[in-house]
Design a protein around this ligand. Structure first.
Ligand SMILES: [Zn+2]
Length: 224
């Protein structure tokens, strides 16, 4: 029923909006193929769609999404590895110039890790997956007296950097980064505020982008 109502209504809106505006581009991309310059790795979370946040057009972003937007370290063990396959295609075939790791506030996966949440199923897929952020948790250090939400935010930010470190364990990524042909970026989207911050390699901090413009539009928004 959902598909017959909301999704089809959404598709109708797309027909009149995005498709009408971009049909020529879709046709051209179908003929010549895609050649996006940017890969985005982000969370499955319904509130942080990269195409929406970056207002991207068809063919512009190559997106891999998974719980919390993580990348496991390079492990050529023959297992079926979704992120590695996406990354391999983006870097080796599409030859993207940038990879953006996009974290976000109120991330359920990060929160589940911080809460040491009970498994949702016997497979505990989320538990095993989120163990990937252990290096981020080590970098943040023990929570101590820190308010829980603040601790989760620190974990969310540190997790972006852990994912960038893991990307560098892929030989194809490392060599291109070292040759200056591929750049890795960390970013963070504040769901409640709509703020976008980008990791500054010189200060080591996440700095809000388009801050002046944002300030003019939303003077009293929440912190994240
Ligand atoms: Zn998330």
């Amino acid at each position: 029923m959902l598909f017959q109502t909301e999704l089809i209504d959404g598709y109708r809106a797309f027909l009149h909006g995005g498709l009408r505006a971009e049909q020529g581009r879709y046709r051209e991309l179908a003929e010549i193929g895609q050649s996006p310059q940017v890969m985005v790795i982000s969370c499955c979370d319904s509130r942080c769609a990269p195409e929406v946040i970056f207002n991207s057009r068809p063919g512009e972003l190559f997106v891999a999404r998974n719980v919390s937007g993580l990348v496991p370290p390079y492990t050529p063990d023959g297992a079926t590895r979704a992120v590695s396959a996406s990354l391999e295609f983006a870097v080796q075939a599409l030859k993207v110039k940038h990879i953006v790791v996009l974290g976000h506030a109120q991330c359920g996966g990060i929160r589940a890790y911080a809460e040491e949440a009970a498994p949702l199923s016997p497979g505990d897929f989320i538990g095993h997956w989120m163990a990937l952020i252990e290096p981020a948790a080590k970098a943040v250090g023990p929570r101590g007296d820190m308010p829980f939400d603040e601790y989760v935010t620190k974990l969310e930010l540190a997790s972006v950097l852990t994912t960038i470190d893991n990307l560098m364990t892929f030989p194809c990524v490392k060599i291109l980064v070292e040759r200056g042909r591929l750049t890795l970026h960390g970013a963070y989207f504040g769901v409640a505020s709509g703020r976008l911050s980008v990791h500054d390699k010189t200060t080591g901090k996440f700095e809000q982008v388009a801050a002046e413009e944002y300030g003019r539009m939303f003077s009293a928004a929440p912190r994240f």
